[in-house]
Design a protein. Sequence first.
Lengths: 239, 133
Amino acid sequence: MPSPNTFLFIMPLKHHLNYSSCVMDRVIARYGSGKRIVRLVGDEANPDSIDEAIRLYDPLFVWGTGHGLQGLYTVECTQKYLWVGSPRVELFKGRIVHLNSCLTGRQLGPHLVSSGAEAFLGSMDTFYLFVGSPPCSDRASMSVFLAEHQAEVALLQGRSVGEAHRARLDAYDREIDYWVTGEGKNSPYAPLIARILEIDRMIAVLYGKGGVRATQPAYIPISLVSGIVGLGLTVIATR
Amino acid sequence: MTLARIQRWFNSLPEAERDLPVVILSGIAYTPRMILMEVQRGTPVGQRLQMMVEAGTYGTTALEELQLAKVRLREVLLRMPNKPIIATLGTKYRVYTPQELLREIEMQTPIGMQWIQAELQHVRRILGVARRL
């Protein structure tokens, strides 16, 4: 059984992957406290290091960005990492996986779930991003990832995979509203970014068990609860 | 839905959307600006357009819908600078200029069809704004 509250983030940077990774860095900085976070950034996002991190930390949740095909996920420098029929698929048994890449929702995601992964979040078709400004330099460069990575915000906050997927779709709607009727509507790139968001939202998929969570509520010993209650605070402890 | 609501709908849209065709009636494509004018004039066409906006319906035949999406995307993409600004997370890590994407759309390649389908969804969203006001 993989370790709850343990999150592995595969964050390659080359070939525009820094656009996704830099937004995820912000998500981790804001919502990752109290969780065991393992980040493999840039050249660390290579097959050997990923395998080692999975074996060492046994994360319940694995997120990765990378370039993909229907049955293939690649990491830094487009090194092949995971594909349909690969022995590595075994490594993902019992885990929740989110691959932010093109097309992996078509074959690789269903294959992972049918091979024992708890759940898979991904994209069914080509995933687009706006690269007209540097990564994380403005809302335009971050917009699709502010939506896509809302799933991780939700999971880090203890919500279920199904709720995370819903949060992701709702975040896409909010981002589209920002560019269509909100503050960004008269930005010169607004029409283009709204359409990119529309596509990425349409292709977002979830497979597997929507009810699972990547976190486990902390067990608070009764003596500690009593002590806190004694201070006049209300505590609800959940096993 | 009242004239005031159509007016609010029009005002809420970005400049870039106000002159893009959004519904087709009797083979004629209407932009939000044209719809507002027809509704203001109280014409029968205006009444029908108002009903279409209210119902969130934008066209008739599949062929007309395809044309609607292509016309809209052409208008939008030709306004963008001809620079590689649209990347993908596919293994070829292709970066498109808006004009390159437009060619995909005109030729109705799988990439182009993806944009066309999304555009029709976007039109539904634009019409849906009216119901939220």
